[in-house]
Ligand binder design. Structure first.
Ligand code: UD1
Ligand code: CA
Length: 476
């Protein structure tokens, strides 16, 4: 990015956001795997500012706690929210005068692109302005501050909607609330902002007219896409912003060679990584730090969180949490992979299978109707249908180890702690409580006995008895 590095970015995020009607502070609501304020921090980081400051106030402990995940962020507390100008004044009282360019943004405009901020900084520097405001022409400017320009187009002032005359309200160029300031001039002017307005607040917007009246250059940079400056004030806007951000993310993956069959029903978080020629089928959500390798197919109907899918693997109708799926492996349809699942290359976790803390070796298969918990399975093993790894004794969890090329019969209960040796078998329907040595066949079930003629004697006249009678008479 060619824009000059700002001395500081200040993110205003102290407001309550009452219209969200939520117990969660506004800036901590999430879209595309990041909080609103998190998106702003990322956009700011792209500019490589010398300092990154976030103003917190409402629910400050929670917001500060969240921000501690960003070591380059300094939180400054604004105890009472007396306006945007007040917020900036408090910052400068805390950290002192900042020499150089100071960029001010809000914590609730996650659609703002780093490149738009860079454009603002370039304009600010090339025009030699004391302040440059980011503006946009919007279809409905109701509620926003209006940009009042002179006949020559110069920015004269910003007038808040509540303080505007009918003529000023007709202006469709709005104040986005994003500005680049000369730091020293800002520090001086922000002290002189009055509260003589309809809301009795210190308006940051007044800094523009103060600087202009003192003969400094005041400019504007018009955003080409007004959607970028839309803020989030309620849950409908939250959903709108999520849709737009998701569209951007999905679009970028497609441009990078990922096949996305149905962009409208595919939701991808900002930090997900997909390789070219991965295929994402409809109704799929990829969250957190999930990754999908080339040639892999995910979906339809998958929800993956922090999950890694190897190249050429196939994952259908599955919920996967912190799982690793090996190259060429197959998962689902209808599988639940819980944290600690690691499926080896060409392995299989099939239909109605749940796994947790399970390391399943190369080429091993758990095809049907099973629970695999707290297990290590070697290579080339087969776990028969409806096998349960009985890992919980009601108090503690225990581990099961299954060796290479073992064959666990269908409907086996493997009662942990347990070790099944390499190449060992278990008979279908067994309850295995003791270790099985390599190569042995373990049988642990009742021996079968047939009570001849029982149905004909005890269920006389039923269709079963009649069928049996016919079969016996036919000599079969
Ligand atoms: C502000 C602008 C308005 C602009 C609009 C764009 C002023 C006076 N007005 O109006 O021209 O069109 O944004 O959205 O600046 N905040 C604090 N501390 C405070 C007050 C606000 O941190 O004391 C934060 C809020 O959390 C919010 C942002 O600043 O993220 C904007 O505050 P808000 O009260 O929503 O300003 P608007 O009235 O929308
Ligand atoms: Ca607002």
């Amino acid at each position: 990015m060619s824009a000059p590095r700002p001395a500081a970015v200040i993110v205003l995020a102290a407001g309550e956001g009452t219209r969200m009607k939520s117990a969660t502070p506004k800036v901590l609501h999430e879209v595309c795997g990041r909080t609103l304020v998190g998106h702003m921090v990322h956009a700011a980081q792209e500019l490589e500012p010398a300092r990154l400051i976030v103003v917190v106030g409402h629910a400050r402990e929670r917001v500060e706690g969240h921000l501690s995940a960003y070591p380059d962020v300094t939180a400054v507390v604004q105890e009472q929210q007396n306006g945007t100008g007040h917020a900036v004044r408090i910052v400068l009282e805390n950290v002192g005068v900042i020499e150089g360019t100071v960029l001010v943004v809000y914590g609730d405009t996650p659609l703002l692109r780093g490149s738009t901020l860079a454009g603002l900084l370039e304009r600010h520097a090339s025009d030699g302005n004391a302040v440059t405001v980011l503006t946009a022409h919007v279809p409905d400017p109701t509620g926003y501050g209006r940009i009042v320009r002179g006949d020559d187009g110069a920015v004269l002032a910003i007038v808040e909607h509540k303080d505007a005359t009918p003529e000023q309200r007709a202006i469709d160029e709005m104040n986005s609330g994003v500005y680049a300031f000369d730091g020293a001039l800002l520090a001086d002017a922000v002290k002189r902002v009055s509260t003589a307005n309809s809301q009795g607040e210190e308006y940051l917007t007044d800094v523009l007219s103060i600087l202009r009246e003192e003969g400094h250059r005041v400019g504007a940079h018009v955003a080409t896409d007004h959607v970028e400056v839309e803020g989030v004030n309620n849950k409908a806007q939250l959903a709108f912003v999520r849709r737009v951000l998701n569209d951007r993310i999905v679009h970028e993956h497609m441009i990078n060679g990922v096949t996305i069959v149905d962009p409208a029903s595919t939701w991808i978080d900002a930090d997900v990584r997909l390789e070219a020629d991965a295929v994402i089928h409809p109704g799929t959500q990829l969250h957190g730090s999930s990754r999908v390798g080339t040639g892999a197919e995910v979906g339809p109907g998958c929800t993956l969180t922090d999950t890694v899918v190897g190249a050429d693997a196939v994952v259908r109708n599955a919920v996967c949490d912190s799982a690793e799926i090996g190259q060429g492996a197959s998962v689902g349809p209808f599988a639940y992979l819980r944290p600690g699942t690691r499926l080896g290359a060409k392995g299989k976790i099939g239909t109605y299978v749940e796994t947790k803390n399970a390391v399943i070796g190369t080429g091993s298969k758990v095809p049907h109707l099973s629970y695999v918990g707290d297990a290590t399975i070697g290579e080339g093993a087969n776990i028969g249908a409806a096998t349960v790894f009985v890992n919980y004794d009601g108090v503690d969890k225990h581990h099961t180890t299954v060796g290479d090329h073992a064959r666990v019969g269908s409907d086996t209960m493997l009662v942990a702690p347990l070790t099944i040796g390499d190449g060992a078998y278990t008979a279908a329907g067994s309850v295995i409580v003791n270790d099985v040595p390599p190569g042995a066949m373990a049988v642990a079930r009742g021996r079968q006995r047939n009570v001849e003629g029982w149905v004909i004697r005890r269920r006389t006249g039923t269709k079963s008895a009649q069928a049996a009678q016919r079969a016996l008479e036919a000599g079969s």
